[in-house]
Design a protein around this ligand. Structure first.
Ligand code: SF4
Ligand code: FES
Length: 330
């Protein structure tokens, strides 16, 4: 018989909810949803040990708990701070938090190139979103941005180290999903960088998921690079028969051509089910796939500008053709 869990009360931006003890402030905020969910550039709920690196999720704890109501003196990372009974948290209602996130965003951009016009991640980049929401309209940095030697990661994954924000999600994917890790964060402090060191190719199965978890354009799909801006492609949900993964993916189509295959993502941009390298890189032909229908794209995303979800039944032969599309409202 399952034991009943005693829920605890947490208040975030004035909204009180009951949650299971032991979860983080980010997870509690996600249960509320909306603008009170702190941005998370390194935390990833599907990867054990993620978070605590980027500081974009800083929040103010104005009341520690019912038992000890003292506020926490410093802002805390919401992804690494557990909730307590009676805790009160401020996210968008705290001027300190708003200023801190602006500062962190500015720091993340100190070395990040402004190469969105040629970056394959543009339109899906979480740093781009963060800058739109919290960035300054100009840089105060007078120093040249860092440059790196080019590391060859093999035929599947392209590394642009100058775009990396060192969130370590790709390292966790390699540790937790693949049979061995061939890359990591080398050196320390401002010398830290992602590298294979010995220029080893990263081709082991499930390594393609590093591309999906990378919040910026540091890791991109070499089989799809420069083929199309993401907003000119049409994402459709599709499944294939696969013995290694669930075979549930999103095909990014241009006409009948499959430009790219990715895993499906939830509303927090996290992969729902990780997919294998064969599905991602080797199945660029419609014969492998059973099309379910247009993937749902949030209206928040630029991809939605050119995206339509069909009003026809899924078994209709015109389900995916342009003339029968009707834009759905989220
Ligand atoms: S390459 Fe991407 S996923 Fe890996 S540490 Fe850098 S930003 Fe994070
Ligand atoms: S998401 Fe919390 S520190 Fe990065």
């Amino acid at each position: 018989m399952s034991e009943e869990i005693n829920k605890i009360k947490v208040t975030i931006d004035g909204i009180t909810i009951e949650v299971n003890p032991g979860i983080s402030i980010v997870e509690a905020a996600r249960q509320i949803g909306g603008a009170s969910v702190p941005p998370t550039m390194c935390y990833y709920s599907k990867l054990e040990g993620s978070g605590g690196r980027c500081r974009t999720c800083l929040v103010e704890v104005s009341k520690g708990s019912e038992r000890d109501p003292r506020p926490m003196p410093k802002l805390v990372p919401a992804c690494r701070t557990g909730v307590m009974d009676g805790m009160e948290v401020k996210v968008i209602t705290s001027e300190r938090v708003i200023q801190a996130v602006q500062g962190v965003t500015e720091f993340l951009l100190i070395n990040h190139p402004l190469d969105c016009p040629i970056c394959d991640q543009a339109g899906e980049c979480k740093l781009q979103d963060l800058v739109y929401e919290h960035g300054l309209d100009k840089t105060r940095s007078e120093f040249p941005r860092k440059t790196f030697r080019s590391d060859d990661l093999g035929p599947y994954i392209k590394l642009n180290m100058n775009r990396c924000i060192l969130c370590a999600r790709c390292v966790l994917v390699a540790n937790q999903l693949t049979d061995r890790r061939n890359h990591g964060i080398l050196f320390r402090g401002d010398h830290a960088e992602i590298s294979t060191y010995l220029n080893k190719a990263i081709t082991n199965d499930f390594s393609g998921n590093m591309i999906d978890v990378c919040p910026v354009g540091a890791l991109t799909d070499r089989t799809a690079r420069f083929k199309s801006r993401v907003w000119f492609t049409e994402p459709v949900n599709a499944t294939c028969k696969c013995g290694k993964c669930s075979g549930k993916a999103v095909l990014w189509m241009k006409g009948d051509e499959i430009v790219r295959v990715t895993a499906r993502k939830d509303k927090y941009n996290e992969v729902e089910e990780f997919i294998c390298n064969e599905c991602r890189f080797e199945r660029k032909d419609l014969k492998y796939w059973n099309i379910e229908g247009p993937a749902h794209i949030s209206n928040h995303s630029v991809v939605s500008v050119n995206h339509y979800e069909s009003s026809l039944p899924k078994d209709d032969p015109h389900y995916l053709t342009k003339k029968n599309k009707a834009k759905t409202i989220e």
